[in-house]
Design a protein around this ligand. Structure first.
Ligand SMILES: [Zn+2]
Length: 298
């Protein structure tokens, strides 16, 4: 049995999967706001799943941010109470077994590559387009991870093929301007619409207005699709993945799956672009399922 834990800013989700990926049990609790309480909550969730199923499981954890390979300490996490702690070591002590940790975007990519929308694809770029923008790379069924633990983190690269009126770009929390995240995250999309119309609307409301024929909303959606096409064109040039899967709130915009591939041909260095752009299969469950799949060998 595989246990996956998805550590979010507001909730912790836990799942137990059997060897073929069927869900055996599931739990959800509000996220504690302290480090020690987080460790205790995960220990209790694992115990509860094992009591319910009567089996012992491997444990994989999807988390915001990453564990620095150099120090073993958490970095880049928006759940700030984790930062600077030896999360992996402390969890292993609390659970009495080896634990595997990965970034939440990596877990999304792994889930969709294992038995989701991109099942069977040799190389997969999984993208989260939500409040932030992240990504993960799966090669032959395994997450690609490097010495900085940032593989696939394209959200803080510059928007490519930038237009004159996109310079220098919106301020990003990372300290730079014009990062991909400032354009293609949900808040980035809403901010772009607001700069054009001076009207504050949620991303969902802008999409609804575009579908109803509202012209500024349609133009905002068109700009969004073009920026996403440019951003993904760079990934295709470097990695040439067999599939790209979108997740996160913005991935639910149905028009993207036609609009983006119809535009990225202008930017990819190839006469044709055969890359499939896929909508996630497991949705919000991909984080917790991908965490469980961090132990593929079970
Ligand atoms: Zn940035």
């Amino acid at each position: 049995m595989r246990i996956g834990i998805d550590l979010g800013g507001t909730k912790i989700e836990a799942i137990a999967l059997d060897s073929t990926g069927n869900e055996l049990a599931r739990k959800r609790i509000p996220s504690p706001r302290s480090y020690d309480a987080t460790i205790a909550a995960i220990r209790d969730l694992v115990a509860a799943l094992e009591a319910e199923t009567g089996e012992q499981g491997t444990v994989g954890i999807g988390m915001p941010g990453a564990v620095s390979p150099a120090t073993g300490l958490v970095k880049n996490a928006n759940s700030t109470w984790l930062i600077g702690h030896p999360f992996g070591r402390d969890l292993e002590a609390a659970l009495g077994r080896e634990v595997r940790l990965a970034n939440d975007a990596d877990c999304f990519a792994l889930s969709e590559a294992t038995d989701g929308a991109a099942a069977g694809a040799k190389t997969v770029f999984g993208v989260i387009l939500g409040t932030g923008v992240g990504g993960g790379l799966v090669v032959n069924g395994a997450l690609l991870s490097g010495p900085n633990a940032i593989a696939g983190e394209w959200g803080h690269n510059s928007l490519p093929f930038v237009l004159a009126d996109e310079m220098p770009g919106p301020d990003c929390y990372c300290g730079k301007k014009g990062c991909i995240e400032t354009w293609v995250s949900g808040p980035g999309f809403a901010a772009d619409y607001m700069r054009d119309t001076r009207e504050a609307l949620s991303p969902e409301a802008i999409v609804a207005a575009a579908e109803a024929g509202n012209r500024p909303a349609r133009l905002a959606l068109r700009r969004y699709a073009d920026r996403l096409a440019r951003a993904l064109a760079h990934v295709i040039d470097i990695l040439d993945p067999h599939a790209i899967v979108l997740g996160g709130g913005m991935s639910n915009i149905a028009a993207l799956y036609d609009e983006v591939p119809s535009r990225w041909g202008a930017y990819v260095f190839s006469d044709t672009v055969a890359t499939p752009l896929l909508r996630h299969k497991h949705g919000d469950a991909s984080g917790v399922r991908g965490a469980a799949w961090l132990w593929p060998e079970n």
